[in-house]
Design a protein around this ligand. Structure first.
Ligand SMILES: O=C(O)[C@@H](CO)OP(=O)(O)O
Length: 228
C-alpha cells in the first residue's frame, strides 16, 4: 500500500500575529518549532519511514520538514523543493491583519477571500513592500499576483501528477510538507471534495495527515496521525 503523509508547517510568526501570509516568507515561532519536532517524533513512534520528501520554497515548510526529519534521524532523505507547493498567493491582502481587515470589509467578505473556491483576493499595489519579483528563488517563474484556491489547484495538481504520484506508484514512501491552502488543494483532489464543501476544510499546523491509498492512488482513508 503506498505511504503518503502530508503536514502543514508549524505555527509561523504571521499565524501568531494573525496576518495574511501567502507567498511572503516568514519563519516558525518557538511553538511552530515544537510542533514540527513533535510531528517527527509522532511519525517515528508510529513506525513511519519515507523515501522521498517534497516541500515548497518557503522557510516555514522547509524548516518544518527538516525539524521533523531530524527527530526521525532522516535528515539525509532526498527532498525536492518547488514553488508549486507554496501557499496560495494572498495578493493585496498580504501582510494585513485578518481581524482588522474584517473590521473594515466585514467578516463575510474576509471569509470569502480566505475560503471561497474561485474568488481571488484583490491585487496588490505595483510598489508593494511584499513584491517578490526580485526574489532570486523565483527567477524564471511567473509569480502569481493573487490566487484563489482554484488557481492554487491549477499548479498543485499538475505537480502531483508529474512528481508525487509517479513516486508513490514506484513504491516510494512520500512525505509532503506544505501550507494550509496548497494542502487543501491536494486534499480536495485526493479525497474528491466538491467545490462547495472544500470551503469548510481547515488544516491545523504541525499535524501529520495520513492517506491510505490503493495501488492506483485512490484514497480509501485520510486521518490525523495523532488521532489513531
Ligand atoms: O495567511 C495565509 O497564508 C493562510 C495560512 O496561514 O491563511 P488562511 O487560513 O487565511 O488561508
Amino acid at each position: 500500500m503506498p505511504t503518503l503523509v502530508l503536514i502543514r508547517h508549524g505555527q509561523s510568526a504571521w499565524n501568531l500575529e494573525n496576518r495574511f501570509t501567502g507567498w511572503w516568507d516568514v519563519n516558525l515561532t518557538d511553538q511552530g518549532v515544537e510542533e514540527a519536532k513533535a510531528a517527527g517524533r509522532l511519525l517515528a513512534d508510529k513506525g513511519f519511514d519515507f523515501d522521498q520528501c517534497y516541500t515548497s520554497l518557503q522557510t516555514r515548510a522547509i524548516k518544518t520538514l527538516n525539524l521533523a526529519l531530524e527527530e526521525m534521524g532522516r535528515l539525509w532523505l532526498p527532498v525536492e523543493k518547488d514553488w508549486a507547493l507554496n501557499e496560495r498567493h494572498y495578493g493585496g491582502l498580504t501582510g494585513l491583519n485578518k481581524a482588522e481587515t474584517a473590521k473594515i470589509h466585514g467578516d463575510e467578505q474576509v471569509q470569502i477571500w480566505r475560503r471561497a473556491f474561485d474568488i481571488s483576493p484583490p491585487l496588490g499595489e505595483a510598489d508593494s513592500e511584499f513584491d517578490l519579483s526580485k526574489d532570486r528563488r523565483y527567477a524564471g517563474i511567473k509569480i502569481p499576483q493573487t490566487e484563489s484556491l482554484k488557481d492554487t489547484i491549477a499548479r498543485v495538481q499538475p505537480y502531483w501528477e508529474k512528481k508525487i504520484a509517479p513516486d508513490l506508484k514506484d513504491g516510494k514512501r512520500v512525505l509532503v510538507s506544505a501550507h494550509g491552502n496548497s494542502l487543501r488543494a491536494l486534499v480536495k483532489h485526493l479525497s474528491g471534495i466538491p467545490d462547495n464543501e472544500i470551503v469548510s476544510l481547515e488544516i491545523p499546523t504541525g499535524q501529520p495527515i495520513v492517506y491510505e491509498l490503493t495501488d492506483d492512488l485512490v484514497a480509501t482513508d485520510r486521518y490525523y496521525l495523532s488521532e489513531r
